[in-house]
Design a protein around this ligand. Sequence first.
Ligand code: CMX
Length: 136
Amino acid sequence: MLKKVDHIGVAVHSIAEARVFYEQGLGLVMSPVEDLPAQKVRVAFFQVGEVKVELLEPMAADAAVAKFLEKNGAGLHHVCYEVASVADELARLTAQGVPLIDKAPRPGAHGTQIAFIHPKGTGGVLTELCETGTHE
Ligand code: CMX
C-alpha cells in the first residue's frame, strides 16, 4: 500500500553549492549530510510539508548518480514513495513482471528500508520505495 510521496531526489554535483538556493532562495532547513557508501552517494534532505527534497551527490566516479550527472547534468533524479512494506510491494511488482533494480529491500538513508524500480518499467522515472520514510 502506498502512503504518500516521501521524497523527490535531485542529482547535484555538490551539495555545498546546491544548498545555497534551497536555504537562501527557498528558506528551507537542510538536514545533516549523510554518506551512503554502499550506494556511493551522499545525501541531504529538506522537509517541505509532508514531502522532502533529497540532494544526491556522488561519492565516486563510478556511482550511479555520477553516471546520471555525466549523461543528463544536474536535475530531477527519482521519486520515492513511502509504502507500508517494501517486501510486499516488491512481491506484487515481481508478479506483474515489472523490472526491478533491487529484488529485496536494502538499507537507505536514516535507517529506512528501500528498493528501486528500473526506469524502463516506469515510463522513464527512476522510482524508489521506502519503508518508515521518516528520513529525520
Ligand atoms: N532516471 C531515469 N532514467 C535513468 C536514471 C534516472 N535517475 N538513471 C539512469 N537512467 C536510465 C539511463 O538514461 C539509461 O537509459 P537508456 O538505456 O535509454 O540509455 C538506463 O537508465 C541505464 O542507465 P545507465 O547510465 O546505463 O546506468 P546503469 O544501467 O548502470 O544504471 C540504474 C541505471 C537506474 C540501474 C542505476 O542508476 C541505479 O541503480 N540507480 C538506483 C540507485 C541510485 O540511484 N541510488 C542513489 C539514490 C540514493 C537514495 O535515494 O537512497
